[in-house]
Design a protein around this ligand. Sequence first.
Ligand code: NAD
Length: 266
Amino acid sequence: MHKILDGKRGIIFGALDDKSIAWKIALKAKAAGANFTLSNAPVALRMGKINELAEQCETSVIAADATKMDDLDALFEQSMEQLGGKLDFVVHSIGMSPNVRKKRHYTNLNHDWYLKTFDISAISFHKVLQTAFQKEAMNQWGSIMALSYIAAQKVFPDYGDMADAKSALESIARSFGYHFGARDKVRVNTVSQSPTMTTAGSGVSGFDRFFDYADKMSPLGNADANACADFCISLMSDYCKMVTMQNLYHDGGFSNMGLNPALLEE
Ligand SMILES: NC(=O)c1ccc[n+]([C@@H]2O[C@H](COP(=O)([O-])OP(=O)(O)OC[C@H]3O[C@@H](n4cnc5c(N)ncnc54)[C@H](O)[C@@H]3O)[C@@H](O)[C@H]2O)c1
């Protein structure tokens, strides 16, 4: 692995187990020379295996519920102290919908849960950005990213209210990207990833079928979590300095396909 993140510091949110996209990003960021802290919600720390990852990455885990400003405040302070300076990257790899998890149909949502979906999966990104912005926690040319999905643009009925949250997430990246770019030359983007076999992914009903459908529709096939991590590493590096306020498709070509004859033959 080329050391394209040598000397860079950051925070990686959302590694739950070794299937998590954030888990792969952490391993590759370490191999590329970065130093970072890992964070996840307190409940995930109890259930998941993030401490194993921390050992491999020679770092520590700092608990933070990404919907709570006080937690984020403490996380950024501790991370800068532990890493020895301002940050160069932040990875938001967080998503959860109580409605999707409890199989509530989009036409019959629990609206309290709908608010939770938005808070956890979209507004938490604004909270992370606002914390970093107000603390002046980012170095110039730093890179902040969140993981998204194409249901933000096109209808995937089983994705339920997460589709609306992803639309908001991508909008937040654009809106905050302006302010962070203009003041600090910091980049803000979303990466729209193929369906991926993780805890969050397989919580969507019919996931296996839609995974196969996307795999066959995409000329390159589905991008897996490791490939996604490689792409995120490049986005954190100085090779993507002028890329900001974008939603970047990392999906094997799926988003630009209309029809694939391979699917018709089935
Ligand atoms: N798996 C897919 O098919 C797929 C496709 C495109 C985008 N994504 C996105 O990738 C990101 C990562 O998901 P994943 O697939 O690696 O699944 P995952 O389940 O491994 O990761 C989701 C993470 O969100 C964390 N989280 C939930 N609530 C939180 C809170 N309040 N505070 C802090 N963290 C919280 C969980 O603990 C978990 O670590 C999500 O944004 C997801 O929507 C996933």
